[in-house]
Design a protein around this ligand. Structure first.
Ligand SMILES: Cc1cc2nc3c(=O)[nH]c(=O)nc-3n(C[C@H](O)[C@H](O)[C@H](O)COP(=O)(O)OP(=O)(O)OC[C@H]3O[C@@H](n4cnc5c(N)ncnc54)[C@H](O)[C@@H]3O)c2cc1C
Length: 454
């Protein structure tokens, strides 16, 4: 089947499915989406799923290309850096970058989904069937079964092709893997998460700095909070699922109260109903998904979280899915048939999604532990200084990932390894501050070990 022909079906109308539909339509395809949930438009946000998301350069760049950015800009809350809440009660801001545009943004997942769906469905040729759940695929017949959850009716849809944008728990991926059409792995993190709300004050204002991502790093666990438009913050506790200090041990109100009052006293004061929220809200699971290949012939392909879900500690999962869509669209422009599109897409994209999966796991250690260590802080200050002195060659890894969509994740990972080694060497021994750093040596090493970025 040619990639420039016909209708395409998508399973799942989350961020990936909705954005991809917009781009498919632009290339002349009719796109029909089957989404198991009800239409989110005109409804309150569902609880239990991350309420707000960090949006960064990669996501923004993609939204601009898809013509959706202007409708979301007003809903984006800038965050300048990490505001660390130390154990003693003091706070300190670690800026994310050093240029005025080096910010990340907090955005409501609900608002983003609604806007993407609005833009997608406004286009003639894009149809979304809500409350329609994909249930099984018959690869011999090249047909998939979707059930209308309102009537119970089963519908056969052709895989011509079928794009599975059905998220981390993708049924399509699991079926392809069970039939040995692909190899797939789901690696659970031992830690889970729970969301809590820090309300606005009586005047509807944010009760903490609204231009920061707040972090309470506590070594084995952490609390974070991102601002919402209505003056509230959504806080998320990440902690082990089992063990001495874990979701398993935090069940009694007195234990929960003690845990929060001891570890996060300032956040506790802002959440009068903290214990009740903790008891009522669900525990979310986190993990990394990998699959290879991401497609079966020209019949079906995985895109977005269904192919490569990652842990959320770099705030890149959705940003990465959006990048997928742009790469996929570019492959459609170059390749003559769907199987060739899928092959090229997987070959180009997987090294990058593997790289962000690794960096996201690494960032958990950084956020919950390393950020408070003086050596880390010195190395962070040094990396910004080296970027000022050698902007073509040294860009902090965090900045490459968050502020430079033109630098592939894989390059960020590879250069990041060299840079971390350099930072370690330059801060060894009696180096206590930037004034002690041997910048002549830094220059020699950088010129030798880091090629200029194009
Ligand atoms: C706690 C947490 C925090 C996060 N924070 C960030 C962040 O700050 N920044 C960031 O970039 N990313 C973040 N992410 C990641 C981000 O949420 C995902 O990468 C993104 O939602 C993936 O989009 P998707 O459309 O591929 O999958 P999903 O968002 O999961 O959407 C899949 C859709 O498919 C539908 N579906 C599923 N099964 C079926 C079926 N059988 N039939 C029909 N429809 C089906 C679902 O209902 C859903 O609408 C976070 C994730 C978590 C868990």
């Amino acid at each position: 089947m040619k990639a420039d022909s016909s209708a395409v079906s998508l399973l799942g109308a989350g961020p990936t499915g909705a954005l991809l539909a917009i781009l498919l339509r632009r290339r002349g395809h009719e796109a029909t989406l089957y989404e198991s949930r009800p239409d989110p438009r005109g409804r309150a946000a569902e609880s239990g799923r991350s309420i707000n998301l960090a949006l960064a350069d990669r996501g923004i760049h993609t939204l601009k290309m898809a013509g959706v950015f202007a409708q979301l800009e007003a809903a984006m809350l800038p965050m300048r850096g990490r505001l660390i809440h130390h154990e003693g009660g003091s706070t300190s801001l670690q800026p994310y970058g050093q240029r005025p545009n080096e910010l990340i943004y907090s955005i409501s997942r609900h608002r983003l989904n609604q806007t993407l769906l609005d833009v997608a469905t406004r286009q003639h040729g894009v149809t979304v069937h809500f409350e329609h759940r994909f249930e099984s695929a018959d690869f011999d017949r090249r047909m998939a079964l979707v059930r209308d959850l309102r009537t119970g009716r089963a519908i056969d849809i052709p895989m011509q092709p079928l794009l599975a944008t059905d998220g981390a728990g993708s049924l399509m991926r699991r079926q392809m893997s069970a039939l040995n059409l692909i190899e797939a792995h789901e690696t659970d993190l031992e830690h889970g998460y729970k969301e809590l709300s820090i309300p606005a004050d009586a005047a509807g204002r944010h009760q903490m700095d609204r231009e920061a991502l707040h972090i309470w790093p506590r070594g084995a666990y952490m609390l974070i909070a991102l601002p919402n438009e209505d003056g509230s913050f959504t806080a998320t506790l990440f902690i082990a699922k089992h063990g001495e200090i874990s979701f398993e041990s935090l069940t009694e109100p007195a234990t929960i109260e003690k845990f929060f009052s001891r570890n996060f006293p300032d956040a506790r004061r802002l959440m009068p109903d903290c214990v009740a929220q903790f008891q009522d809200n669900p525990i979310g699971f986190l993990g990394t998904v990998s699959a290879d290949p991401w497609h079966y012939r020209d019949a079906a392909a995985l895109i977005g979280d269904s192919a490569h879900a990652i842990v959320p500690f770099h705030g890149q999962g959705m940003n990465c899915c959006f990048e997928d869509c742009v790469e996929f669209e570019a492959c459609m422009g170059r390749q003559p048939s769907w199987d060739r599109v899928f092959e090229e897409f997987g070959a180009l994209r997987k090294p990058n999604t593997d790289a962000i999966a690794a960096m996201a796991l690494d960032n958990y250690l950084e956020m919950r532990d390393r950020v408070v260590h003086p050596q880390f802080q010195l190395q962070q200050a040094l990396s910004l200084e080296l970027e000022r002195r050698f902007p073509q060659r040294f860009i902090p890894r965090y900045s490459m990932v968050m502020f430079h969509h033109e630098i592939p994740y894989r390059t960020a990972l590879q250069r990041g390894i060299v840079q971390t080694q350099l930072l370690t060497e330059l801060t060894e021994g009696s180096v206590a501050g930037l004034a002690d750093v041997d910048f002549d040596r830094a220059e020699r090493e950088i010129l030798q070990r880091l090629a200029p970025l194009s």
